[in-house]
Design a protein around this ligand. Sequence first.
Ligand SMILES: *Cc1c(COP(=O)(O)O)cnc(C)c1O
Length: 368
Amino acid sequence: MSVPFLDLLAINARDRAALIAAFTRVVDSGWYVLGKEVEAFEREYAAYCGTKHCVGVGNGLEALVLILRAWLELGAMRLGDEVIVPANTYIATILAITENGLTPVLVEPDATCNLDAALIERHVSPRTRAILPVHLYGQTADMSAINAVARKHGLKVIEDCAQAHGALHAGVRAGALGDAAGHSFFPSKNLGALGDAGAVTTNDDALANALRALRNYGSHRKYENLYKGVNSRLDELQAALLRVKLPRIDADNQRRCDIATQYLREIHHAQITLPVVGANNAPVWHVFVVRSAAREVLQKHLHECGIATLIHYPLPPHQQAAYREWNDRSYPITEAIHQEVLSLPISPVMDEAQVRAVIAACNAWPGA
Ligand SMILES: *Cc1c(COP(=O)(O)O)cnc(C)c1O
């Protein structure tokens, strides 16, 4: 039995004919940038998230970069202002902040591996303008608590939804839980394109309007440039392919949830800690992350059983060479997470035998 971590070929093969038909439609349209497909996807994805606006952009990183850039342009923040962000996120979240000349304030996560809402308030300073929670591993952060702190201090809330398409907090979809949200449609995400793609969702008219210009050279009207914008447009072809895949997202997430339920119920091992789900949360299990003090030994054992695993992530942002100015800082909870986490295979195309093989291999681990 061999269990791949994520079989993207099998995932997209299910829609092969429809994807090729969409591709053909774009080829034959004669219109390749910012056309009907992007418009339609923006409408459909906004409806899915339950927001007024969706603005398609080049990728997930640029979605976050442009939200902050728009608020800088609109005067809601200034260079050097502070953005509160979890210390254990993927580096893209942090890059979006520093790219804009803003200052990340790293805050430790709680047992769910998401931003610890109870720690936020002590990090709010007169320069704080925003909180940027990341819905890591497919589970939303504690948005009720985070929004309460934000309201109290007049802060913007930006969700990093790259791993959480369709996740719910208190019945509200990720992407509609803050002032704005960045989404990635990188191929391996729950809703994945066949290349790079991203989007911003928001109910804020002024923000959406600024974003439509910023992604297109700062221009609303051809050759009139209101902002120093960038070229970060969602590709017409990727939009057409995403429209094929969007109707599947709920069923695919349900399959992930069923597998997660089986793992949670049937993996029993003194040296494996299972993931924790927060109150009011319905996660979409982008990855299923267990923890073990003997993570390397567990990974080797699973590899010998034919089970592929990955580590999300081996090194936190503050220990990366890119942020060498932070390398001597200490975030013990974050560092322990990065030393202990291991992601088991989970995907909508895994079959029952594969799920059982993962469970059996975990339970048969002699331990360390
Ligand atoms: C994937 C990811 C991103 C970046 O998305 P890209 O489309 O690859 O730029 C940002 N944040 C998180 C948490 C991610 O997992």
